[in-house]
Design a protein around this ligand. Structure first.
Ligand code: SF4
Length: 288
């Protein structure tokens, strides 16, 4: 994966990395900067994988057509509006229900009020920083709802548009060459926050994403549940083929099997992309 070379060519990238660490440290005091601490956070990240994800307050991004249809019916709208909502969220990049002009004006206003009060969340991040390299690679720093900053990279070529996504805020693996690892671990990303990264790149390039690599911030196999949910959403709702997706891992014992099991537990997706295991030194997540 040529990403590290491309990253190094991005203007102001070093300053941006420093900004990520600063911003994320300001949001949380749980950053870990030594090996012993990293072990502790690794345990916490492992435990959090076992927690069921909440459904009632989940953002709209990340939900399937059936889930969006059920939700919109709960709001008193006819079922066919579920398909409209799905199209506007995943294809037309609506960031607020207020933008969905096919919906009744009055209902849109009510939903917009709920978004403002936090009762309803579409699930889109804000672009905090964007830089373009000479080869067309675009690096984004995205500000999440809780203020944390993550990075995403869009890498165009003649035949493909590849996205390098993050799976965690920070990383507990603490590889000694990696700036992200040195900054410590803050939290796992949700499936919606992973999907949002892909939608952001699609919107910026005005083109469909064809390939996806989990080589951004974090170790994806320490956040398997959200990673699997995101893969399923990106495949089923966004239309990215599973063969175009790569989960890169430093190698967490038992987690590759768990990834496969989580995938087959869900009836919608018979297969998940094969993880690409490598040692931390050869994996290079692009933060060195
Ligand atoms: S190189 Fe990758 S796995 Fe290692 S600390 Fe950095 S983000 Fe984590």
């Amino acid at each position: 994966m040529p990403k590290p070379t491309m990253i190094s060519a991005v203007t102001d990238a070093a300053a941006a990395e420093a900004n990520i660490a600063e911003a994320n440290t300001a949001v949380t005091n749980t950053a870990v900067t030594n090996t012993a601490g990293a072990d502790l956070v690794l345990d916490e990240a492992t435990e959090s994988d076992a927690e069921p994800s909440p459904t009632a307050d989940r953002p709209l991004i990340g939900r399937s057509l059936a889930e969006l249809t059920a939700w919109i019916q709960e709001q008193g709208q006819p079922a066919y509006r579920g398909k409209q909502l799905h199209q506007w969220l995943y294809e037309r990049q609506a960031r607020s229900l207020a933008e969905i002009t096919v919906f009744p004006q009055r209902w849109r206003s009510q939903m917009a009020e709920q978004e403002q009060t936090g009762q309803l969340e579409v699930g889109r991040s804000q672009v905090h920083f964007r830089s373009v390299a000479a080869d067309g690679t675009v690096k984004f720093l995205l500000r999440l709802r809780d203020g944390h900053i993550i990075e995403t990279v869009g890498m165009p070529s003649t035949k493909r548009l590849t996205v390098c996504v993050s799976s965690q805020v920070g990383c507990p693996m603490a590889c000694d060459f990696c700036a992200t690892g040195k900054g410590g671990f803050q939290r796992n990303l949700t499936a919606a926050e992973i999907v949002d990264q892909v939608l952001t790149v699609q919107a910026d390039f005005g083109d469909r994403v064809s390939n996806l690599v989990f080589m951004g911030m974090g170790e994806p196999l320490l956040n398997t549940q959200a990673v699997v949910q995101a893969i399923q959403c990106l495949n089923q709702e966004v239309g990215i083929g599973q063969r175009g997706m790569t989960v890169s891992t430093v190698g967490i014992p038992g987690r590759i099997r768990q990834l496969a099991e989580l995938g087959t537990q869900d009836g919608r997706t018979p297969q998940l992309p094969s993880p690409s295991a490598s040692t931390p030194r050869t994996r290079n997540c692009g933060k060195s």
